[in-house]
Write a protein that binds this ligand. Structure first.
Ligand code: NAD
Ligand code: IPM
Ligand code: MN
Length: 349
């Protein structure tokens, strides 16, 4: 039987709560096909507050030895003064994405049958955002001078390389070709002219290799309009790191909520383990109450299995979530009850 070496970073707040349910479903889905051998890494704001560590080098190296990573959420209460210098998001989450070369941040969005969208008439919502994961304004390549004075200047520099843009655009074309042949580049080429030009030229250069894919372009501000007024128009969106971050919270909101939004930080080459996580954060406002919806974490395990080539088990998780969501009657369920519901709906092999 195959063994999957899985690094598990539950993290903070609701992170460990939703990961627990994700692991239950993951194990059940691969029963008889694979063994999930987990190594837990205690990382996040709580660990930092206790020990001062964010992501020690030896732990990063140990994580890199695994086949995949399942992460809950990291980060404390926004604004907590004790975390001011910790930089958990950059020093932990982004460090993992960068060090493990997760250049595709794949964020599928579906309005599942039975789920109510806040949009009156959402139509058929089924698209994926291919968010670049290792460049853009996230690289931390800025700086500030005269900090704290009236003459302070703070720069955040967006880095876009031909290599980095090409590989993610290529991945997006592959996705579009395997789906409904629609690719929308989202950027802000009218203002961010240097990066915008590179993204545009890259898409134009690759497009002839995929004649079946219809390519269009939207400025990011207009994209937010269409995500609300006509989300059904989207199949694959390819965009930079920051635009992708913002658009995928909006995408989650229109498709029934952040508790349903899954993601994969992919290193498609397989040189490094890919990392799967809900799009949401540690939700300190509901941590410990049992209110967190683990569906996003559970769906993230389906993306994980798909990535590892266990498509049949992945499809059974997706089917179980579909059935569970369709059966919800609106009465609140605890985190564990949702896990129970999905497990009960898991189709037999
Ligand atoms: P958040 O996603 O944690 O919470 C936003 C809102 O959504 C809250 O009201 C929360 O209760 C709700 N929510 C989130 N997940 C939910 C779920 N599964 N079920 C039901 N409701 C859910 O965003 P935030 O408050 O901006 O961030 C909190 C902390 O998490 C911060 O430290 C932030 O940096 C961090 N964060 C981490 C990640 C990550 O680890 N990938 C992602 C986003 C934010
Ligand atoms: C996400 C989060 C992260 C991001 C933060 C916590 C660094 O918002 O995964 O969407 O901006 O990528
Ligand atoms: Mn985000």
């Amino acid at each position: 039987m195959r063994t999957v070496r899985l690094a598990v970073v539950g993290g903070d707040g609701i992170g460990p709560e939703v990961v627990e349910q994700g692991l239950r479903v993951l194990r059940a889905a691969v029963d008889g096909e694979a063994e999930i051998a987990t190594t837990e890494f205690r990382l996040g704001a709580a660990r930092y507050l206790e020990t001062g560590d964010v992501l020690p080098d030896d732990e990063l190296a140990a994580i890199a030895e695994h086949d995949a990573i399942l992460l809950g959420a990291v980060g404390g209460v926004p604004g907590d003064p004790r975390l001011k210098d910790a930089n958990i998001e950059r020093g932990l989450l982004l460090k993992l994405r960068f060090a493990l070369d997760h250049y595709v941040n794949l964020r599928p969005t579906r309005l599942w049958p039975g789920v109510v969208s806040p949009l009156r008439d959402a139509g058929e919502v089924d698209f994926v955002v291919v968010r670049e994961g290792t460049e853009g304004p996230y690289v931390g390549n800025g700086g500030a001078i005269r900090v704290g004075t009236p003459a302070e200047v703070a720069n955040e520099v967006s880095v876009n390389t031909a290599f980095g843009v090409e590989r993610v655009v290529r991945y997006a074309f592959e996705q579009a070709s395997a789906r409904r042949n629609g690719l929308t580049l989202v950027h802000k080429t009218n203002v961010l002219t240097f990066a915008g030009s590179l993204w545009h030229r890259t898409v134009d250069a690759i497009a002839p290799e995929y004649p079946e894919v219809a390519v269009d372009y939207l400025h990011v501000d207009a994209a937010t309009i269409f995500l609300v007024t006509d989300p059904a128009r989207f199949d694959v969106i390819v965009t930079d790191n920051l635009f992708g971050d913002i658009l995928t919270d909006l995408a989650a909101a229109i498709s029934g909520g952040i508790g349903l939004a899954a993601s994969g930080n992919l290193n498609p080459s397989g040189a490094f383990p890919s990392m799967f996580e809900p799009v949401h954060g540690s939700a300190p406002d509901i941590a410990g109450t049992g209110k967190a919806d683990p569906t996003a974490a559970i769906l993230s395990t389906a993306l994980l299995l798909e990535h590892l080539g266990m498509s049949e088990a992945a499809a059974r998780i997706t089917a179980a979530v579909t059935a569970d969501l369709a059966a919800r009657d609106g009465s609140p369920r605890t985190t564990a009850e949702v896990g129970d519901g999905v497990l009960a709906a898991l189709p037999p092999r």
